[in-house]
Design a protein around this ligand. Structure first.
Ligand SMILES: *Cc1c(COP(=O)(O)O)cnc(C)c1O
Length: 359
């Protein structure tokens, strides 16, 4: 039975890539089979290569947050002082995860919509940093490379961890050459696959400092298993296969194919901002240079509630996202991070204008 659902203009989950849909139609694979081992090995290698890392990628059953928590617990000891610049919902999540693990997050607060800069590093001893690359709650891309440089200049041993959940595959990003020690992402964002698989990248410096922690989300246990093509527990193997197949289909040459994709996503997001400008909408990112290619975010125009706007988009077959935290009920977000045909995206731009022209 064919079910018609709104197409997703949300910044995760996103419309599935055809290779993901195809993977999901195959008979159930046993996770302790040679085929599964080949998928795990192949996916881990591709993930590391796509971030230009000589380190290793680890797969975890769970959403992106599982990888955030696993990495924090594997790399830092209780009472570690980690800088967390907060300018959005996902940076707040780093703070909560760090506190739950007994760390002492050194929080600096910044306006939501602003980009954090290297001068924002707080004074004092620092053991690490938990950064957010693409802050999906505000549509801001933070300059993690220069933030990492500031941290390392202060404390060469400090480990720099990046939330790359909506920048992986969507914005330029490299691990070691950018001074980053670990990164995390998930299957339901730029990888255009179903939710349920998280990725953690560990650069060589992080691999050296990895320690066992917890049980189900213990990265060292997973790493030991995954080096053998196994996983410690039953993985969401369909999603492993979906992501594997999407990466192979969309970027067969790995990073060599990515630059063009970044440009396509940046252009798609810029088109939404251009439409917004024509309609007089106010973008959430305070500066144009700070805009993330993963999502466009606008303040709700006068006369609209979040619910009314969602309903107007739904009538035309689209699901859009509202705001989170202090921006709840004040903004809306549209994203071209998922899979779209050209014609579909044109329809999205035109429907965007048609809905908001009524304001
Ligand atoms: C989606 C997202 C996450 C992870 O959210 P999950 O629901 O756990 O997958 C983390 N950080 C950012 C920036 C995100 O966009």
């Amino acid at each position: 039975m064919a079910v018609t659902r709104p197409r997703l203009l949300t910044p995760g989950p996103v419309n599935l890539h055809p290779a993901a849909l195809q993977a999901l139609t195959r008979p159930q694979l046993h996770h302790r089979s040679p085929e599964a081992a080949a998928l795990v090995r192949g996916l881990r290698a591709r993930l590391a290569a796509l971030l230009a890392s000589r380190g290793e990628a680890v797969l975890l059953g769970g959403s992106g947050t599982a990888a955030m928590e696993a990495v924090v617990r594997a790399l830092f000891r209780p009472a570690a002082r980690v800088w967390v610049p907060v300018a959005g919902k996902f940076a707040e999540r780093w703070v909560e995860i760090a506190r739950a693990a007994g760390l002492e997050p050194q929080v600096t607060e910044h306006p939501w919509g602003a980009a954090v800069g290297p001068d924002d590093l707080p004074p004092g001893r620092i053991d690490g940093a938990l950064l957010t690359h693409s802050e999906t709650s505000t549509g801001v891309l933070h300059p993690v490379r220069s933030l990492a440089a500031a941290v390392r200049a202060r404390a060469p041993e400090a480990l720099v961890v990046v939330d790359a959940v909506t920048s992986f595959l969507v914005a330029e990003l490299e691990l070691e050459s950018w001074g980053l020690d670990a990164a995390v992402s998930g299957s339901q964002k730029g990888a255009m696959s179903p939710p349920g698989l998280a990725f953690a990248w560990l650069a060589p410096r992080a691999l050296e400092r990895l320690r066992p922690s917890g049980y189900y989300l213990d990265l060292s246990r997973e790493l030991a298993a995954q080096r053998q093509g196994q996983t410690a527990f039953t993985p969401p193997i369909q999603i492993v296969e979906a992501v594997h197949d999407v990466l192979e289909a969309a970027w067969p040459q790995g990073r060599d194919d990515l630059a063009r994709h970044w440009a396509v996503k940046a252009e798609a997001t810029a088109r939404f901002y251009a439409r917004g400008a024509e309609l007089g909408l106010r973008p959430v990112p305070s500066r144009e240079e700070a805009r993330s290619p993963a999502t466009a975010a606008f303040y709700l125009p006068r006369g609209w509630t979040s619910e009314a706007l969602s309903a107007a988009f739904a009538e035309r077959g689209w699901r859009v996202a509202g705001g989170q935290g202090p921006l709840k009920g004040r903004i809306f977000r549209v994203s071209a991070m998922g899979y779209f045909t050209r014609a579909e995206l044109e329809r999205a731009y035109n429907d965007f204008t048609a809905v908001l022209r009524r304001s």
